[in-house]
Design a protein around this ligand. Structure first.
Ligand SMILES: [Fe+2]
Ligand SMILES: [Fe+2]
Length: 307
């Protein structure tokens, strides 16, 4: 079942969609950048995905760019004919203002009940003890050294909010986006039913430096401001301590390099792989009575079949 978040992105407080669980097999893909994939590549991936018979798909952002994001989501919903849980990544906002892009996708998700934009929804109850929550997240200039960084993202030209802004204004926008993501997630995570002891958190940007992988290493001070959502990370550390009997499993992407970071006994972060033009399902999550498994096949060879 999907409910509206206490303070969703949109002002319409009606129920966004209804999902009839339990959902036991969840395919996860991150950063598909569908606009870079040929039709043949897309069809091969979809055929393979359907052969696995997942109950739903989770997409952790960077589906495409501009108006093509809506096209790709609609194509997913119509082709898969099962729930598509998703958050948006920074590329999904290209060619628009951030609020405008979110508004467009919220409207699309209202029109297509199979599409569940997690940023705009409360917790999805996958079974009696497992919830799925999500938020876009943003590289929020909290970790690393923003002032000394020489990194200049395409985001600052491609997203209307940033274009022409000075560094101080860009930093303020980044921090605001991270703060709003953390606030929305916090409300969802603190209002879960008592029966929930397993929580999947879908977000685009790694919430910790330790989960911000690149070729098997974690980020430095130059990249961290743009590749870590520090405020979501701070929230998750607090929440993991507040609810020590709950297991929190975070799924994210953005760096296009994979890894696993165990941040606490009850908090683990899976960062997924991506390669422009290729499409590969990152994991087929399995929700069992006694376990929540996230099988991984590492592209880097640093791990294999880890849970
Ligand atoms: Fe990406
Ligand atoms: Fe990204």
């Amino acid at each position: 079942m999907v409910t509206r978040a206490p303070h969703p992105v949109s002002s319409d407080a009606t129920t966004a969609a209804r999902i009839h669980g339990p959902l036991r097999r969840l395919a996860w893909i991150t950063d598909p950048h569908f606009d870079h994939a040929t039709l043949d590549t897309w069809q091969i991936w979809v055929d393979g995905l359907l052969a696995e018979q997942p109950d739903a798909l989770i997409v952790t952002g960077d589906l495409s760019e501009g108006d093509d994001v809506a096209f790709q989501l609609r194509r997913l919903a119509e082709t898969l004919d099962r729930p598509v849980f998703f958050v948006l990544g920074n590329h999904d906002f290209y060619g628009k203002r951030i609020a405008e892009a979110r508004r467009d996708i919220i409207q699309l998700a209202r029109d297509l009940p199979r599409l569940v934009y997690l940023t705009d929804c409360g917790a999805v109850l996958l079974d009696q003890r497992t919830a799925l929550v999500g938020d876009d997240g943003w590289g929020d200039a909290v970790e690393g050294d923003f002032e000394c960084s020489s990194v200049r993202l395409n985001d600052f030209e491609a997203i209307d909010d940033f274009r022409g802004q000075a560094a101080t204004a860009r930093k303020a926008i980044l921090q605001q986006q991270g703060r709003e993501s953390a606030d929305r997630l916090g409300e969802k995570l603190r209002s879960l039913p008592d029966s929930i002891d397993r929580v999947l958190v879908a977000t685009h940007v790694p919430p910790f430096r330790e989960a911000c992988w690149y070729h098997g290493h974690t980020t430095d001070d130059h990249w961290a401001p743009f590749f870590v959502c520090g405020q979501v990370g701070q929230l998750l550390r607090h929440i993991a301590k507040e609810f020590p009997s709950r297991q929190f499993v975070v799924l994210c992407g953005h760096t296009h390099h994979d890894g696993i970071a165990q941040m606490a006994d009850n908090l683990i972060v899976h960062t997924g792989f991506s390669d422009y033009g290729q499409l590969a399902t990152e994991s087929m999550l399995r929700l069992g009575e006694d376990s929540l498994r996230v099988p991984r096949q590492a592209s880097t060879g640093k791990f294999s079949n880890c849970d």
